[in-house]
Design a protein around this ligand. Structure first.
Ligand code: FE2
Ligand code: FE2
Length: 292
């Protein structure tokens, strides 16, 4: 393989596959994956909202496309879920009971979906097929002389009529933050180039609507500063995310965040990250010239 001096990563986010009959988008995904193989990226990362309506059968569109291109492999691809993978708004409305606003079943439904997500994508989460493997996870890989690790967390919060009306507000759980502080995690990442993966955006994006509040709180990453602290504690160099469909690189408190935009709305565009053996890295967004 070609990765003695640098590692290259392709980053997609927010694919939002909504139907098995979405031939246009599936064809575009095939073009994109074929291009990744042709350009010999060492790894592909997808940061959530793979599908639109939390229907597990739709994940198989992505899985099957990865399989077709030889990318459904722990060493080649890493995926995490987004709110659209784990929350079905219609279902939540069906179960909604205004007299019981703290219904625990919402968390149970979310946990159940996360287990389904883990089952479909487990070969990408665990190199040895460990049955308990799931999000959150840490993945350490070696590409020639470069060790690269991903710290992947779930930031999806359960739906709530009052606090999370679109299911798009998120956070990292206290259990996950606690786990990330365990000394053995820091040890496992030692000497590697650490990249955080989460779905929600650190950056607070405005909606541009005067009638709205100063920012769109319904999409907010609630404990983003705790997350940032945890990533800094692990020596992460950057964080890849999605959720707010905008291609963008920005910096907060010495950490670089890369928003991978949305494949569904810009199926010709993706992020390309290059990491050198000296720990230096660069990033650019690439536009494929698509044949019509
Ligand atoms: Fe999205
Ligand atoms: Fe999202």
């Amino acid at each position: 393989m070609s990765f003695d001096k640098k590692v290259t990563i392709a980053h997609l986010s927010d694919l939002h596959f909504a139907s098995k009959n979405d031939r246009y988008l599936i064809a575009r995904l095939d073009v994109m994956f074929a291009e990744f193989v042709r350009r010999r990226y060492d790894h592909l990362v997808m940061t959530g909202d793979l599908i639109d309506t939390a229907s597990p059968v739709l994940w198989t569109i992505i899985r099957d496309a990865l399989v077709r291109h030889g990318l459904f492999d722990w060493t080649k691809t890493t995926v995490i879920p987004g709110n659209h993978d784990l929350i079905d708004l219609e279902e939540e409305m069906r179960f909604y009971n205004a007299l019981n606003p703290d219904d625990r079943s919402r968390q149970r439904r979310l946990d159940h979906r996360l287990r389904q997500f883990n089952a479909v994508f487990r070969p990408l989460i665990s190199g040895d097929g460990g049955e308990a493997a799931g999000v959150p996870f840490v993945k350490v890989m070696r590409f020639g002389q470069i060790a690269l690790s991903f710290v992947a967390v779930n930031t999806v919060d359960p739906w709530s009529g009052a606090d999370n009306p679109l299911g798009a507000r998120g956070s990292v759980s206290h259990e996950t933050l606690k786990a990330l502080r365990e000394p053995n995690v820091r040890q496992a990442l030692d000497e590697s180039f650490v990249i955080g993966l989460c779905h929600h955006a650190y950056k607070v994006y405005g909606t541009g609507m005067l009638v709205d509040q100063a920012f769109d709180w319904t999409m907010e990453f609630k404990n983003r500063d705790e997350y940032l602290g945890a990533m800094k504690g692990l020596g992460a160099k950057l964080v890849l995310h999605g959720h707010f469909h905008r291609f963008q690189v920005y910096q907060v408190g010495g950490m670089d965040f890369i928003n991978g935009g949305s494949f569904r709305y810009s199926p010709e565009r993706y992020g390309e990250l290059t990491i050198g053996a000296n720990g230096r890295w660069s990033h650019r967004f690439v536009n494929l010239a698509l044949k019509r």
